[in-house]
Design a protein around this ligand. Structure first.
Ligand code: PGA
Length: 243
């Protein structure tokens, strides 16, 4: 197996200047690949990034569950689509933790994204305490199923991101990731039938070029959601090369 989708999540990082540098380096280092490469940049930089690197897919890191109205600070999925986004991440653990996003908010955001024509990446994953208690499968199953309530199977991607692996340098072993991805594939099959079983599944959490190859070799890992290692063109290129 090989990976078909590598998504970079820049989080709260970057500047106009760093995007120009990234673009210059990407143009020289980009490996030739059939995998789709998408960058989810901070909202104010979406247009600039798109102009600099139109060959990359453009994504956002969150969207509103609302389409329009008195929701100060929110950005709708339609607005993201209009500026060139075709992807959006929803339900990242940092949104759940720091912004109190519940599974039902995540589901509403995912539906809003799909209505706007975006492909939505719904994130799920257990904490270290939950894994140490042996509860990871029960936690992820409940979180995922609730986060997908009334979400369509088309334009859906699921990212498994164990919280203990995000930004820690501790990547899940291929076995840990693959056994969860296999379980997720089965739960998606229960929810959506055969279409559910072909939803692309991304692994996220401290993915680096050195770990990507082994992860991508797993049958049920279709790609990666990459945080820190996507900020530099060279390290992202290394991961894409492994795909
Ligand atoms: P990381 O982040 O690669 O820096 O661990 C992944 C993510 O949060 O999407």
């Amino acid at each position: 197996m090989s990976a078909s989708l590598v998504m970079g999540n820049w989080k709260l990082n970057g500047s106009l200047e760093s995007i120009d540098q990234f673009a210059e380096q990407w143009r020289t280092k980009a490996p030739s690949t059939s995998a789709e490469v998408v960058i989810c940049a901070p909202t104010p930089y979406l247009l600039h990034l798109h102009k600099q690197l139109p060959e990359l897919g453009l994504g956002a890191q969150d969207c509103s569950e609302h389409e329009t109205g008195a929701f100060t600070g929110e950005v709708s999925a339609q607005m993201l689509f209009e500026v060139g986004c075709r992807w959006v991440i929803v339900g990242h653990s940092e949104r759940r933790l720091y912004h109190g996003e519940t599974d039902s908010v995540v589901a509403a955001k995912a539906s809003a994204a799909q209505r706007a024509g975006l492909q939505v990446v719904v994130c799920c994953g257990e904490t270290l305490a939950q894994r140490e208690a042996g509860a990871q499968f029960a936690v992820v199953e409940a979180q995922l199923k609730a986060s997908l309530a009334s979400v369509a199977v088309s334009n859906l991607v699921v990212a498994y991101e164990p919280v203990w692996a995000i930004g820690t340098g501790v990547v899940a072993t291929p076995l840990q990731a693959e056994e969860m991805h296999l379980a997720i594939r089965e739960w998606l099959g229960e929810l959506y039938g055969t279409d559910g079983r072909s939803v692309p599944l991304l692994y996220g959490g401290s993915v680096k070029a050195e770990s990507a190859g082994e992860l991508f070799a797993c049958d049920n890992i279709d790609g990666a959601l990459v945080g820190g290692a996507s900020l530099e063109a060279e390290s992202l290129a290394g991961i894409v090369a492994a795909a």
